[in-house]
Design a protein around this ligand. Structure first.
Ligand SMILES: [Zn+2]
Length: 200
C-alpha cells in the first residue's frame, strides 16, 4: 500500500450525502462575483457535481427578475445550467451519461417565473427583496448534477464549459473527492479540464 491518502468509503459516502442534501441558505461557499465553486465527488461509477455561483456573473443581477430582459436572462441561465451534458464532459473513455440536473435559482426558485403576485407591474412590491437585500448569499445560483459512468476506471478528467456559458466567470474554484484521492484548485479562462486523481 502506498502512503498517499486514499479516501475512505465512509468519507465518500458522507460527501455524497452532503451533495445530495438540499441547498440551504447560508451554507456552501462565500458569495463572490466572478467566482464559481464546483464540488465534485467521484465514487465508483457515480459522479456528483454541485455548482454555486453569484447571480452577478450568471444573469448580471442579484434580485428577482423584474424587466422583460431580466426574465429572459433568468430563463436562459436556468436552461444553460440545466444542460449537464453541455456544461460538463467526463472523458469519453469512461462512458458517462448525465442522469440528472437540478437548478436552484437564488431564493430557492421562489423568485422564478410563476410567482403568484404581479411584481412585474411594480418592480419593488415583492417581499423577497427584503430578505436578500439583492445581495449576499441570496444572490447565489446552485445546481446539482449526477453522471453515471460505465467505465469509471477510465475517468481521468472532466471538461467544463463554464467560462463559455457564463462569460462573466473569472475563476472556477473546484474541489474533488474520489477513492483515489482528493484535489482542488482554481481554473481561469482557457482552463477547461479538471483532472481526477489516478489510482496507482
Ligand atoms: Zn453579489
Amino acid at each position: 500500500m502506498n502512503t498517499r491518502s486514499l479516501v475512505s468509503a465512509a468519507v465518500l459516502a458522507a460527501a455524497l450525502a452532503a451533495l445530495a442534501a438540499p441547498v440551504r441558505a447560508g451554507g456552501g461557499h462565500a458569495h463572490e462575483h466572478g467566482v464559481t465553486h464546483l464540488d465534485i465527488v467521484v465514487d465508483g461509477g457515480r459522479v456528483a457535481l454541485r455548482l454555486q455561483a453569484a447571480g452577478h456573473h450568471i444573469v448580471g443581477f442579484e434580485h428577482a427578475p423584474e424587466s422583460a430582459a431580466q426574465h429572459a436572462a433568468w430563463a436562459a441561465a436556468e436552461a444553460a445550467l440545466a444542460d449537464a451534458s453541455a456544461l460538463f464532459q467526463p472523458d469519453a473513455e469512461a462512458a458517462c451519461r448525465a442522469v440528472s440536473a437540478a437548478v436552484t435559482p437564488p431564493g430557492g426558485g421562489k423568485a422564478a417565473h410563476g410567482q403568484a403576485h404581479g411584481h412585474q407591474h411594480h418592480g419593488h412590491a415583492h417581499a423577497d427583496h427584503a430578505d436578500d437585500d439583492g445581495h449576499g448569499h441570496g444572490g447565489d445560483w446552485h445546481a446539482d448534477y449526477r453522471f453515471e459512468c460505465a467505465a469509471p476506471e477510465r475517468l481521468r478528467g472532466i471538461r467544463h464549459a463554464l467560462f463559455r456559458a457564463f462569460p462573466g466567470t473569472e475563476e472556477v474554484r473546484w474541489q474533488l473527492l474520489a477513492p483515489t484521492g482528493q484535489d482542488g484548485g482554481v481554473l481561469r479562462a482557457g482552463q477547461d479540464r479538471i483532472a481526477v486523481p489516478r489510482a496507482r
